[in-house]
Design a protein around this ligand. Structure first.
Ligand SMILES: Cc1cc2nc3c(=O)[nH]c(=O)nc-3n(C[C@H](O)[C@H](O)[C@H](O)COP(=O)(O)OP(=O)(O)OC[C@H]3O[C@@H](n4cnc5c(N)ncnc54)[C@H](O)[C@@H]3O)c2cc1C
Length: 252
């Protein structure tokens, strides 16, 4: 965990919602303009603090989806958990012009910047795509030629967040591969993967260990653990396999 002391030193700031975008039936992006935002690194997150009319407060962490190159702005993408406290409000109720309390940026471990090199392997489960998208957007913003490969596990094609942007980015950039596995349902004629990520799937998709890749895995806890163990058993250097866990169980 990042030091609590460090988190304590960060101050709460107000961000104004300047753009909202529906990404899927369950996920929405909110772009916050944050005056005096100190800037962030791709992979970092913020804490949001929501206060109800009766004073009840809830704090939740959200990864930053926007690249550092979009100065003064913080985009988050939230997936609704129907029985959740914070996410239904953020996905369904927040409006343009609302102000949200946030602090950050937080985290220095799960970070990739172009000068760190690659090849880069990104492994996403569900909304775990969010911090990896910040890395992909940063790589594009600085015109990096580091070879990059994204393996993204989603339940169905409709649940793939940022699908158009990912497909377009892969089409325009020979050095970026985007590979989906759709674990619950597939569109007619789907020729891609359809199973949960396992050792065999990683062996087929991941860069060979001898190339010295850097891997970033993000998603539900169980997903992250399976993928990390799979990469290490393929010979990946554990120090170069970085993980971020979003939640308790399930997903993918
Ligand atoms: C570093 C970090 C970054 C994160 N980034 C994002 C992000 O970019 N986008 C995003 O949508 N979420 C992200 N999360 C998860 C987020 O912080 C919340 O946990 C999530 O939005 C659920 O909050 P809630 O108040 O709606 O649900 P809660 O009221 O907290 O929980 C409702 C129910 O859902 C379960 N649950 C809680 N979280 C999850 C989860 N992630 N997956 C499955 N079940 C869960 C709980 O056990 C409970 O049963 C991140 C978490 C961390 C730690």
């Amino acid at each position: 965990m990042e030091g609590t002391a460090l988190r304590g030193r960060l101050i709460w700031q107000l961000g104004e919602v300047v753009e909202t975008r529906t990404e899927t039936a369950r996920a929405r992006s909110l772009t916050l303009a944050v005056p005096g935002w100190p800037g962030h690194r791709p992979g970092q997150h913020v804490d949001l603090r929501l206060t109800a009319e009766d004073g009840y407060q809830a704090e939740r962490s959200y990864s930053i989806a926007s690249p550092p190159e979009e100065r003064g702005k913080v985009m988050i993408t939230v997936e609704r958990l129907d029985d959740g406290e914070a996410s239904p409000y953020l996905v369904d109720e927040v409006k343009l012009g609302d102000r949200l309390e946030l602090r950050g940026p937080i985290g220095g471990y799960f970070v990739w910047e172009a000068q760190m090199g690659g090849p880069l392997l990104l492994v996403a489960g569900g909304s775990g795509i969010v911090p990896l998208m910040a890395m992909i957007r940063h790589r594009r913003a600085v015109a990096s030629t580091v070879p990059a490969r994204l393996l993204y596990s989603a339940r169905s094609q409709d649940e793939v967040i940022y699908r158009d942007e990912l497909d377009e980015s892969a089409r325009r950039d020979r050095r970026l591969d985007v590979i989906y596995t759709l674990t619950r349902s597939q569109p007619p004629g789907w020729a891609g993967y359809r199973r949960r990520i396992d050792g065999d799937l990683l062996r087929e998709v991941a860069w060979p260990a001898r190339d010295g890749p850097r891997a970033y895995i993000c998603g539900p806890t169980q997903f992250v653990e399976t993928a990390a163990a799979g990469l290490v058993s393929l010979g990946y250097d554990p120090a170069r396999v970085k993980t971020e866990r979003f939640g308790p169980t399930g997903g993918g």
